[in-house]
Ligand binder design. Sequence first.
Ligand SMILES: C[S@@+](CC[C@H](N)C(=O)[O-])C[C@H]1O[C@@H](n2cnc3c(N)ncnc32)[C@H](O)[C@@H]1O
Length: 258
Amino acid sequence: MGKIHDFVLDGLDLRNKVILDAAVGAGVSTYFWAKAVHEQGGTSKIICVDNDLPQIWIDRIKKRLGEYSRYIELREADIFDLHFIKDESIDIVNCDDTIVFLNPRPLKLLTALKEFKRVLKPGGHLIITSEIPVESLENPDNEGQWRRWNLSKAIYDLKGETWSSEPLPEELKFALDILGFDVYAEKVFPSAKNSRHKEVMDEWRELMLKDIEEIPWDNELKGALNKAVNRVYDKVMSDGFLMNPSIYVLKCKKRKTT
Ligand SMILES: C[S@@+](CC[C@H](N)C(=O)[O-])C[C@H]1O[C@@H](n2cnc3c(N)ncnc32)[C@H](O)[C@@H]1O
């Protein structure tokens, strides 16, 4: 993960800036931003939003950031409606590992990108980090992640919801161009084995078993899905790793005149 954040932060002047972190999640990328702010003199602030920010997560994020917490403001908010942020008041938007959750229908993500554009100053930076899904089972290393991700999507479909929907880099670049952003740097970081998979899988299984309980289908189907979740869990545990998907980063600037 270090290399991705190095690329994300490379060349950015973080002095006297207002940064929007959308969304903060567990604060993994926020930590690197706050550390970089500190290293450049500690004169910037990071407004961190998330639409799911219970106290337990606030405590965890603050614990993760330690002394760098003083650079962040946490706020429960929906990325689609950042009304409390004035037009053209933000220097940099960081959107790390979140657009897949903002894209339940083909054009929905445009609304979020437009909100980023509204709050950004002309020439301001938008930095998006996202994933390219593992697409096939041809490589046996991919099996655990492929089954985990597609089973999650199927369970959410049965609930009438969307687990995630991944725009590919070319699609996102097309949308950014139409909206008035110029991409000035981009990079793909290839997929890699993640051997610290147990925590991810424990959390995933707990969430999926709860989601299955809530689907409006019969118990026979729920029983089959529970078994499928446990089989995927066992498969990843016996592999001893989970394949992390490839990650891409797009760094762009809001055009001064559009
Ligand atoms: C994978 S996490 C982000 C990871 C985070 N950037 C980090 O480095 O730890 C995705 C987050 O997006 C949040 N999210 C999803 N849809 C959102 C929305 N419409 N508005 C705000 N936050 C949203 C989820 O609650 C979740 O915490």
